[in-house]
Design a protein around this ligand. Structure first.
Ligand SMILES: Cc1cc2nc3c(=O)[nH]c(=O)nc-3n(C[C@H](O)[C@H](O)[C@H](O)COP(=O)(O)O)c2cc1C
Length: 193
């Protein structure tokens, strides 16, 4: 099982990467291979063409495509901006399609307010359907994100730590179910009455 985490925030002074790294560590503790894709480190310009004419951009898009392709399941991490998920994340998703097909995808949303990015998360789940992927019904919402982490980027909020555990249990159950179904020979499920 390999999980890719796509961080949809590149803002100077951002908070979202903190929960992304926390989730990465929690998965790694369970022995799961994680590839954290940070759009701040691998920026994508506003989409003009998927492959583009710029060879440097083309190479970057291909590398990202391979990393997404290699993942069995994905987590999308987004801030809530004006009642939705980030434009940076949507722009990155628009570069790809096949890379997401038939993959289980979980949503992690953060906000400065008390609602934990609920609007961002439900709208992103909707978009995941259009990627031909399977949105995990459960999401991880992180309200008042600015007070969740200490200076060494450890979670100091007990509720967020517990919610993360529950979310990852759901995510891994779902991801394993989809991975197993893909590995099973067609004859084993075609004959189910
Ligand atoms: C453009 C913009 C719009 C925002 N809109 C909302 C919002 O609608 N609801 C909310 O709770 N917080 C909102 N915030 C606060 C963010 O959720 C908060 O800054 C959070 O840390 C964002 O994640 P980031 O730090 O990774 O950018 C907004 C912030 C920005 C920069």
């Amino acid at each position: 099982m390999k999980v890719a985490i796509l961080v949809g925030s590149v803002r100077i002074g951002r908070q979202s990467h903190k929960i992304a790294h926390h989730v990465e560590r929690r998965l790694q503790e369970r022995g799961i291979a994680v590839d954290l894709i940070d759009l701040a480190a691998d920026p994508l310009p506003i989409l003009e063409e998927r492959s583009g004419r710029d060879p440097e951009l083309q190479a970057r898009v291909e590398r990202l495509s391979e990393r997404l392709q290699a993942a069995d399941a994905l987590l999308l991490v987004t801030p809530e901006y004006h009642g939705s998920f980030s434009g940076v994340l949507k722009n990155a998703l628009d570069y790809f399609w096949e890379e997401f097909n038939r993959k289980p995808i979980g949503v992690v949303a953060v906000s400065a307010g008390k609602m934990g990015g609920i609007n961002a998360s439900t709208q992103l789940q909707h978009v995941i359907l259009s990627l031909g992927a399977f949105p995990l019904p459960t999401k991880l919402l992180v309200p008042e994100v600015q007070s969740v982490f200490d200076e060494s980027l450890q979670v100091k909020s007990e509720p967020v730590a517990k919610l993360t555990t529950r979310f990852l249990e759901e995510f891994l159950w779902f991801a394993h179910a989809v991975v197993q179904a893909k590995r099973a020979p067609q004859s084993s499920w075609l004959s189910v009455a």
